[in-house]
Design a protein around this ligand. Structure first.
Ligand SMILES: [Zn+2]
Length: 340
């Protein structure tokens, strides 16, 4: 299970220019209190938009010399969502953000600030705002109040957001380089072995990495799948077979993960899934997902499904698993010749 050190500082978004030049520029504006009145943070879900927004806000309120320190009381308050001068509107319940909530929020920005006058407004995601809510927001963007900064976030920059987007400085978040993602996860107290396991599967998305880390022994299942998709000798096939036989309890989770992996390859092969999703697969399987005969992948999927069914019936478990692993070896050997 994942254990986070109790003394760990709250997670902050890396603000250095070598991580993301755009973020670095905006961070400097917050540190030196030279912000424009509205920013739009864009990028896929899980890249850290909300953490970045809070990190920027904490740069504004931080009381240390090196802002944001992530350790002072002000930083903690902002990062934990307890700073009264940081107003938030998050559509976490999946529901739309209506005009009333926006009006109420804007009303608050005109009231007396608790601190030295600055207020930061976080809204995520902007695309969840109803058209009326967007119009209400647009009004405040057009007639900005002094010392109020909007940090808007969107998972998907759609055409309907054009008028709002055009009034904001845009900051685009990209997938994290593996090394930075590793550092961030280790720093958050996750065990190195688990971090190594999820890294390959996260495609630079810190949200996804954290989700995988929360999923407990999912990493073991992935290690099994990775080994199964890499079988290249009888010895390896027998080794994996033995592992499944010995760990019967975990076997179903392993086979389910294998089924999912083979199915994804089939989806990619038939154009229903972006090949990018198979980034962490062994090279031979990435090639297979591009060029192997569909019937090969389909045959393997059936073999995995049969193995799962037989496992449920407890019938011929050993020969069943041997058969599946040998089947994988057979296809791999064939692919190595045909797809090279
Ligand atoms: Zn601080």
């Amino acid at each position: 299970m994942t254990q986070i050190a109790p003394s760990a500082p709250p997670p902050v978004f890396p603000l250095e220019k070598d991580f993301n030049a755009g973020v670095g520029v905006v961070a400097n504006q917050f540190i030196h209190r030279q912000m424009v009145h509205a920013y739009l943070l864009t990028g896929a879900r899980g890249l850290g938009k909300r953490t970045l927004a809070r990190t920027l806000a904490s740069a504004l309120f931080c009381t240390s010399e090196n802002k944001p320190c992530g350790r002072c009381e002000a930083c903690h308050r902002v990062m934990e969502g307890n700073e009264p001068d940081v107003l938030t509107l998050f559509a976490d319940d999946g529901k739309q953000i209506g005009v009333d909530r926006v009006r109420e929020l804007i009303q608050k920005t005109s009231q007396h600030a608790f601190g030295d006058g600055w207020r930061v407004v976080l809204i995520e995601p902007v695309e969840k705002m109803t058209p009326q809510a967007q119009n209400a927001l647009l009004k405040s963007l057009e007639e900005p109040l002094a010392r109020v900064v909007f940090l808007l976030m969107t998972h998907e920059l759609t055409a309907t957001l054009g008028t709002i987007a055009s009034r904001c400085v845009r900051v685009k978040l990209s997938p994290w380089p593996d090394e930075r993602l590793r550092d961030a996860l280790l720093q958050a107290g996750h065990p190195p072995q688990r971090v190594a396991e999820v890294l390959a599967r996260s495609a630079g998305n810190i949200g996804q990495a954290l989700e995988l880390l929360r999923d407990g022994d999912d990493g073991d299942a992935w290690a099994f799948v990775n080994a199964a998709l890499s079988i290249s000798s009888d010895a390896e096939a027998v080794g994996l077979s033995t592992r499944l036989k010995e760990g019967r309890e975990a076997a179903d989770a392993y086979l389910a993960a294998l089924e999912q992996a083979v199915y994804q390859a089939l989806l990619a092969r038939t154009g229903r899934l972006d090949a990018e999703a198979l980034k962490a697969y062994p090279a031979l399987w990435r090639a297979a997902a591009e060029r192997a005969p569909v019937r090969d992948l389909n045959g393997l999927l059936t073999a995995v499904l049969d193995a799962r069914r037989l496992r449920a019936g407890q019938v011929n478990w050993q020969s069943n698993i041997d058969h599946l692993m040998m089947r994988l070896l057979e296809e791999h050997t064939k692919w190595r010749q045909s797809l090279a």
